[in-house]
Design a protein around this ligand. Structure first.
Ligand code: BJW
Length: 252
């Protein structure tokens, strides 16, 4: 598929010394990972993801929330990065000061070869104690119910950020610093409704960066950034890298 991009975007990408990228669930949709605002399927069809991703949900029904994360971890392990993930890894090769800020917890950016990844909402494969907050090593993931913390007996939970919880301070600081120093900010596959991540493109824009949204369809950010490109990120991102830098190297 041939895609034509505005020449201003191509020129800014070629000239950029520093790029910040925010990704959301949409970038992994073409790897078969369900997004948050899509209806879930199968066993999980009757649950709203936004209601499972909260400390209150875990307190009320730790078994249910644990099983949901075990299911999503298995999905992520079976999934492969898609051409959108690989194109972003390629972009980092072309522009070394590229920071990939992701809200995703599936690890697919790392698996595609991106190195400078800031995980704002944690990672599905790490765990911590829900009582004392300390990291816990879980080698065999029990699918049915959360194990107990070997130190204090508290329930173990995934090391992800739920609604009402603070983002990891270091990750947030890294994301903010990259946002403030970039000349180009790409916002990809996110509904742009969950804060504080959704504030980042607007902060970049206020600081003078050229801001671009890539999404399947218009959403909360529509009309707010410098440029909006609508289409699947698995098609648009590889096409953008080729348009700016020529044929891709052998990443992926
Ligand atoms: C494609 C595509 C394709 C599909 N190609 N595109 C100010 C006002 C009101 C509320 C708040 C506020 N500030 C903070 C809050 C509260 C809350 C919040 O933002 N609520 C809003 C819903 C209103 N924020 C928080 O609680 C945050 N903490 C915080 O602010 O702490 C301070 C505080 C504490 C106490 C009180 C108040 C403040 C924490 C947020 C944590 C979010 N956690 C989750 C779960 C992570 C773990 C897990 O994965 O299970 O993060 S919720 C969920 O949403 C997940 C996602 O990372 C995040 C964003 O979702 P995302 O990625 O945008 O996915 P979707 O599904 O929404 O969108 C997919 C998009 O892709 C769509 O646009 C599609 O079109 C597109 N797409 N296919 C391109 N092929």
């Amino acid at each position: 598929m041939t895609v034509t991009f505005p020449s201003e975007l191509i020129e800014r990408l070629r000239a950029a010394q520093s790029v910040a990228i925010l990704t959301g669930a949409g970038v992994s949709a073409e790897s078969g990972m369900p997004t948050f605002r899509d209806a879930q399927t199968g066993l999980w069809a009757r649950y709203d993801p936004a209601e499972l991703a909260s400390p209150a949900a875990f307190r009320a029904n730790p078994v249910l929330v644990w099983q949901w994360y075990a299911y999503r971890r298995a999905l992520a392990e079976a999934a492969a990065p898609n051409p959108g993930h690989y194109a972003l890894a390629e972009l980092e090769q072309r522009i070394p000061d590229t920071t990939l800020i992701t809200q995703n917890v599936d690890g697919l950016h790392h698996r595609a070869g991106s190195r400078n990844v800031v995980e704002l909402h944690g990672n599905l494969t790490r765990y911590r104690c829900s009582d004392d907050g300390a990291p816990v090593e879980v080698t065999i993931v029990e699918k049915d119910a959360p194990p107990r913390c070997p130190r204090c007996g508290g329930l173990i939970r995934p090391d992800v950020v739920w609604f009402g919880e603070l983002l990891p301070q270091h990750a947030w600081n890294m994301a903010l610093a990259a946002t403030r120093r970039c000349s180009l900010f790409l916002c990809i596959g996110t509904s742009g409704v969950v804060r504080p991540a959704a504030d980042l493109p607007l902060i970049a824009q206020a600081d003078g960066a050229y801001t671009v949204e890539i999404n399947l369809a218009p959403g909360a950010l529509a009309g707010q950034l410098n440029l909006h490109l609508y289409g699947p990120s698995g098609t648009l991102l590889p096409a953008l890298v080729v348009a700016a830098f020529g044929e891709r190297s052998s990443i992926g």
